[in-house]
Design a protein around this ligand. Sequence first.
Ligand SMILES: *[C@@H]1O[C@H](CO)[C@@H](O)[C@H](O)[C@H]1NC(C)=O
Ligand SMILES: *[C@@H]1O[C@H](CO)[C@@H](O)[C@H](O)[C@H]1NC(C)=O
Length: 181
Amino acid sequence: MAATTTTTVLLLVFAAAVTLTSTTPATAADADAGLTTFKLYFHDIVGGTSPTAIRVAQAASSNSSSTFFGAVVAIDDPLTTGPTRAAGTEVGRAQGTYTFADQKTFGLLMVMNFVFTAGEHNGSSLAIMGRNEVLDDVREMAIVGGSGKFRMAKGYVQAHTIDSGATSGETVVQYTVNVKA
Ligand SMILES: *[C@@H]1O[C@H](CO)[C@@H](O)[C@H](O)[C@H]1NC(C)=O
Ligand SMILES: *[C@@H]1O[C@H](CO)[C@@H](O)[C@H](O)[C@H]1NC(C)=O
């Protein structure tokens, strides 16, 4: 029974791989050649006694804007290897700012470094910049550089919210990092 199940799973994986290979345009495959991919979980804590995201600037009109246009938030957000902030899972911090940069929807300009303080990337950093339309399922932003093992890095991240934080005051976002250094 177990062997049959394993065979079935392997066949499904193989079929999926063949499908992906045959439908992925050559240009996308070329662009992704040599990329290293890993996942991190970003915790934007706006509530509680120890917030890691603090509104530092705004226009007089920002609060009356339906999209908080003009507000700027400084962040020093934990980055963990899993979706919770369990002990020993923090590998770095996301440090920088996000600006509410869109008057029509929640469109943030993210300007931040992923600063690695533990794990295999300890001591290195990634510089990330891009548009984060937070209500979209997946948002893509650019990796524009880095330091240490990520010197001269390029690539992209894909952000996917897994907890909006509506009740907890802590938004959790999965970041899939695709980087070439
Ligand atoms: C906007 O709202 C925030 C949060 O309620 C408040 O702290 C801030 O003082 C308000 N700013 C202005 C300019 O009204
Ligand atoms: C990360 O690197 C620093 C500098 O080399 C080192 O002092 C520190 O112990 C490392 N931390 C972990 C958790 O590996």
